[in-house]
Design a protein around this ligand. Structure first.
Ligand code: UT7
Length: 330
């Protein structure tokens, strides 16, 4: 729905990926795979991997400081920090509290959102509601992950896909014509087992057997996730646009979750959109889950692929299953 009373605007963006790069050629030395298989099946060439002393909150804190700098705000100006992550440093406390302490945002409320790869879009919806209700003014939304810690590095079907990183956005109420027009979300718990970490929670707490069976690592039915990803994202885009009063023709640029180039190509075909209107950085980072969209958005803005006045759609799909799309006037 169009809302003339004001919108949630993006004031500043920042991202961080760890220095260490892991190429497909290096993965060839670890499991039975090849650069050729990985690149042709996924579009990935390399991914960044956190150093031994880095956890998700460390990556998030760097991205947060960069977004604050771009926004010309101090950490103490923040009212709320939301971290979207499937890989918090610990089950408790929330990663957002660790980030709050690390960056010195002592006035901010802090909590996490668990919506896996859709976490940033879910977070946008939450931040937008808080900002529009005037509950919080300066909201820092971060998508941050260290999937390298939950990957079974002996499982060639998943270890090739993921990378570590963080992206952050400072969101504020604005009276102008730019900002978030609509965020559409969806979920289907019937698909929960398609992408899961079976152990380490209340269903199957850590014990010797769970560790021996590698149940604390991510397990994915890639083929089944693949089947629903493109159609789920296409429907999310059309629903978000419809609710915002726009059509596909109005869209200048689409930033999809970076999971697999073939899923993105299939999305392009389904919606019959020009490939040059769709952002890709998958080759360099792999799938960074909740960090993928804010990293991509930050790069797209820095590369002037997203410019002032553009109508931009962010769209994601991930574990849950969850999906979502956000329509933004830049
Ligand atoms: O953020 C959302 C989360 N996840 C996703 O978006 C993932 C969605 N799924 C995918 O991207 C794809 O399903 C994968 C990239 C994971 C797999 O691609 P695929 O084309 O669906 O391959 P497949 O699973 O159907 O496997 C084809 C073959 C199999 O061999 P057989 O059974 O045909 O002999 C696999 O064992 O490829 C084999 N294979 C590999 N071969 C070399 C699986 N992984 C590898 C590998 N290297 N790394």
């Amino acid at each position: 729905m169009q809302n003339n009373l004001g919108r949630t605007e993006f004031k500043g963006l920042g991202f961080y990926v760890p220095e260490k790069v892991l190429t497909n050629f290096e993965i060839e030395q670890m499991v039975d795979t090849s650069d050729e298989w990985i690149y042709t099946r996924t579009g990935i060439k390399q991914r960044h991997i956190a150093a031994a002393d880095q956890a998700t909150s460390d990556l998030a804190a760097v991205a947060a400081r960069r977004a604050l700098e771009k926004s010309r705000l101090l950490p103490t100006d923040l009212d709320l920090i939301i971290v979207a992550t499937a890989t918090p440093d610990t089950q408790m406390p929330a990663c957002a509290c660790l980030v709050q302490q690390k960056i010195g945002a002592k006035n901010a409320v802090a909590f996490d959102i668990a919506a896996a790869c859709s976490g940033f879009i879910y977070g946008l919806s939450v931040a937008d509601a808080y900002i529009k209700s005037k509950a919080y003014q300066n909201v820092l939304l971060i998508g941050a992950e260290t999937f390298s810690r939950i990957i079974n590095w002996h499982d060639r079907s998943t270890c090739i896909l993921f990378g570590d990183g963080a992206g952050a956005a400072l969101l504020q109420y604005g009276n102008g014509s730019s900002g978030i027009f609509n965020t559409f979300l969806g979920a289907d718990g019937a698909g929960a087992e398609l992408l899961t970490i079976p152990a380490g929670g209340s269903r199957l707490p850590a014990d010797r057997e769970s560790v021996e069976k590698s149940l604390h690592f991510l397990q994915m039915n890639g083929r089944e996730v693949y089947k629903v990803a493109a159609s789920g994202m296409a429907k999310a885009i059309l629903s978000a646009l419809d609710h915002a009063g726009f059509t596909l023709e109005d869209v200048d640029f689409i930033i999809p979750h970076q999971a697999n180039v073939r899923i993105i190509e299939s999305l392009i075909q389904k919606l019959k959109i020009a490939p040059e209107k769709v952002f890709l950085n998958l080759a360099r980072y792999g799938n960074t889950s909740a960090a993928s969209i804010p990293i991509a958005l930050c790069e797209a803005v820095e590369d002037h692929k997203v410019n002032k006045g553009n109508l931009v759609v962010l769209v994601s799909f991930g574990a849950g299953l969850t999906w979502g799309a956000s329509v933004i006037r830049w």
